[in-house]
Ligand binder design. Structure first.
Ligand code: GLA
Length: 458
């Protein structure tokens, strides 16, 4: 068997014997495709095996190369470039507003199974969360068996998911949810289960066959792989598999995905992992206030179908007070963040449910203008975050990050972007406060926030 790197090669042709039918075939690969995949995978053979839909290990009996006449080379190039434009793209229009749903990781980590996911789905419906917009259920790390099957296919852990992923997907779809799943761009997931590297096209077809609608793709065990090329490979694989999938890049902001990921996925993580605390700092994880500070300046990169992702919600998890949960939720909505609840919704208090389902707060996150908010001012312990909304409106969030209760005086003239007079509504207190002609005065407890919506006065 002969394997050849792409450099200097015009076209690669793979001759293969289909093990299932015994038939012989050939498949040609463009130089551009091949180069891209070589960079991403470092190994053309695996790519060919996947693209040709033929099983490892006897995929290609030989790989031959052609050197064509300059005229034919030019014709090939044209053909390849036109086929590339159909090949290299994400599924557009799947996330016009930030995706919303529930993810298993923050509360359950590896303790997941079919019953849990079904129970969560039921409660998302009965609690009103689905109706409020949480429509995607994402099964994070640890759903897999420790090894692929003999054909290299991913399989679910049969003890945790005895019915298999297709059946679970059908169940979620029947309840009106999107079906989300996690894997990793490296050789193994962060928890040590099989990763996608070298199996991208094969895995994308598996996900399509299970009815997956959302893929969170992690970045553990990536070795020396190039992030942009690696995520593009998975994007192309999803596209080739033909089922529209929201692609969530979980690369932790290591390679500044905001600069390149808008064409690759629908959302990208901007930091390491969130933890259920206000401002604690671990090696890989941190409190939501630490993450919030890291969002400053990223607002210009987000918009419809391409969102910064400051990580999932910790609202309702035990390390946060009620006020901290409320402030966290307010600010994630100002950020136009994807809203992935991460709590045990089966055991949540009414107060937490009221936070997560507040339609006026969610409307700020989901505003169709799709502008991420930004920090307007920062004083010790006090910050004002603002978000431009459709129809000339604004959202204004005042955060008391200090340790003591604060009395807040806000003269609206100090916000120069407000042109004209606005009606002011205090959302959490469900109160109309008059207009921006009057000064706002309010008390904000420590680690809490006030969230106001401003609408142009007639
Ligand atoms: C990484 C991600 C987390 C979660 C875990 C699973 O740490 O950032 O969100 O998916 O992997 O192992």
């Amino acid at each position: 068997m002969q394997y050849q790197r792409a450099a200097g090669v015009d076209v690669l042709v793979c001759r293969f014997i289909d093990e299932a039918t015994g038939g012989r075939g050939t498949e040609a690969f463009s130089l551009v495709q091949t180069l891209r995949l070589c960079v991403a995978l470092g190994n053309i053979r695996r790519y060919i095996q996947q693209r040709a839909r033929i099983p490892a290990p006897q995929a290609c009996s030989s790989i031959i190369t052609h050197r064509d006449t300059p005229m034919r080379q030019f014709a090939w190039l044209l053909l390849l470039l036109t086929s590339m434009s159909a090949f290299a793209q994400k599924f557009d229009g799947l996330a016009p507003t930030p995706p919303m749903g529930w993810n298993s990781w923050n509360t359950f980590a590896g303790n997941i199974n079919e019953q849990l996911i079904k129970g969560v789905a039921e409660v998302l419906v009965s609690s009103g969360m689905q109706k409020a917009g949480y429509t995607c259920i994402v099964i994070d790390d640890c759903w897999e068996a420790m090894a692929r099957d003999t054909m290299g296919n991913l399989i679910a852990d049969p003890a945790k998911f005895p019915g298999g992923m297709k059946a679970l997907g059908d169940y979620l779809h029947a309840k009106g949810f999107k079906f989300g799943i996690h894997n990793c761009a490296g050789t193994q997931t962060c928890a040590g289960f099989p990763g996608g590297r070298g199996h991208e096209f094969q895995d994308a077809r598996t996900y399509a066959s299970w009815g997956v609608d959302y893929l969170k793709y992690d970045w553990c065990n990536h070795g020396t792989a190039n992030a942009e090329e690696t995520y593009k490979t998975m994007r192309d694989a999803l596209h080739a598999a033909g089922r529209p999938v929201i692609f969530s890049l979980c690369e932790w902001g290591n390679n500044q995905p905001w600069l390149w990921a808008a064409k690759v996925g629908h959302l990208w993580r901007t930091t390491g992992d969130i933890r259920d605390c206000f401002d604690c700092q671990g090696v890989y994880d941190m409190g939501w206030k630490v993450i919030l500070d890291k969002q400053v300046g990223l607002e210009k990169y987000a918009g419809p179908d391409h969102w910064n992702d400051p990580d999932m919600l910790e609202v309702g998890n035990k390390g946060l007070s009620l006020g901290e949960s409320r402030a966290h939720f307010s600010l994630w909505c100002i950020l136009a963040a994807p809203l992935m609840a991460g709590n045990d919704v089966r055991n949540m208090s009414k107060e937490i449910r009221d936070i997560l389902t507040n339609s006026e707060v969610i409307a700020i996150d989901q505003d169709p203008l799709g502008k991420q908010g930004y920090r307007f001012i920062e004083n010790p312990g006090k910050e004002i975050w603002v978000k431009e909304l459709s129809n000339g409106g604004w959202a204004v969030c005042v955060l008391n990050g200090g340790d003591n209760r604060m009395e807040m005086h806000l003269n609206w003239n100090s916000l120069p972007f407000l042109k004209g007079t606005f009606r002011v509504r205090d959302i959490w207190n469900n109160k109309d406060l008059g207009t921006t002609k009057e000064e706002f005065v309010g008390q904000i407890p420590s680690h809490n926030a006030i969230l106001m919506r401003l609408a142009p006065a007639q």
